[in-house]
Design a protein around this ligand. Structure first.
Ligand SMILES: C[S@@+](CC[C@H](N)C(=O)[O-])C[C@H]1O[C@@H](n2cnc3c(N)ncnc32)[C@H](O)[C@@H]1O
Length: 239
């Protein structure tokens, strides 16, 4: 579903200067200078309207959280929510997560969240999935050894496709579940998650741990090239 155009987007973005990082490349290797003494540096890719971002930052004030979102009509809402709450430990980047290794240094991040990313079911668009191996290899670079990717999705087929994709990058999978909230709500829910939970759609979640920095071998069969996810119905989801 396309994001609705926000009124007065440019002045509203400008009003969010205090939390909006315009030149993330300049902070490469020194993000912690935004919050000296922070316990962890975490990154969320595709934060959308920022419900999870803001609530996580509020719940863990000693953690520095950087949220990346390429659609400004969504980002502005996330930034406005952070400002309304007076949060000092969350900042926002208006860029494509595909360039994450250009604005974070190797080993800089402790934890990376991927929440309800677009499934891109058609095989020709597999490379756009935020769990495609080219993205995973970049996350692996900027995550420290022992760092983690926490991935949640309502899309069972994207999840089933993503797990071996992660393993092909030598990520160790932990706490895999296909029904996170089976016994009642667990953790902070994102905006999308809340909607799916209300509909009774099971939520899939995995923690993928960086246990080695060894890159994915070049000769691994590229599933994105050869296979659709099983639900491919010819429709494509756009952000
Ligand atoms: C389906 S929405 C989910 C939003 C939010 N994470 C949630 O769970 O409510 C996916 C979001 O990821 C963003 N996104 C998709 N690909 C991206 C990319 N390569 N870089 C940055 N943001 C991206 C989209 O613009 C969209 O806001």
């Amino acid at each position: 579903m396309r994001m609705r155009r926000r009124n007065n987007l440019a002045p509203r973005m400008e009003a969010c200067e205090s939390v909006w990082i315009h030149e993330p490349e300049a902070l490469r290797g020194s993000w912690r200078s935004l919050m000296p003494g922070c316990r962890e540096l975490r990154v969320e890719v595709g934060c959308g309207k920022g419900k999870f971002t803001v609530e996580t930052a509020e719940a863990e004030p000693d953690v520095l959280l950087i949220a990346i979102e390429r659609v400004q009509d969504a980002l502005v809402l996330a930034m406005e929510a952070a400002i309304r709450k007076g949060l000092k430990n969350v900042f926002f980047v208006s860029l494509d997560a595909a360039n994450i290794d250009q604005f974070f240094a190797d080993d800089e991040i402790d934890l990376l969240y991927i929440n309800f990313c677009d499934p891109w079911p058609r095989k020709k668009n597999a490379k756009r999935r935020l769990t495609y191996h080219t993205f995973l290899e970049k996350y692996k670079k900027v995550l420290k050894l022992g760092g983690q990717i926490h991935f949640k999705t309502d899309n069972a087929n994207l999840f089933a496709w993503s797990l071996p994709e992660m393993e092909s990058c030598f990520l160790e999978l932990r706490n895999v579940t296909d029904d996170l909230h089976a016994n009642g709500p667990v953790g902070i829910m994102t905006g999308y998650e809340e909607k799916f939970y209300a509909l009774g759609t099971p939520i899939n979640r995995v923690e993928a741990v960086v246990v080695t920095k060894t890159p994915r071998p070049a000769d691994v069969k590229d599933e994105g090239e050869d296979n659709d996810t099983p639900t491919d119905d010819g429709k494509e989801q756009e952000s």
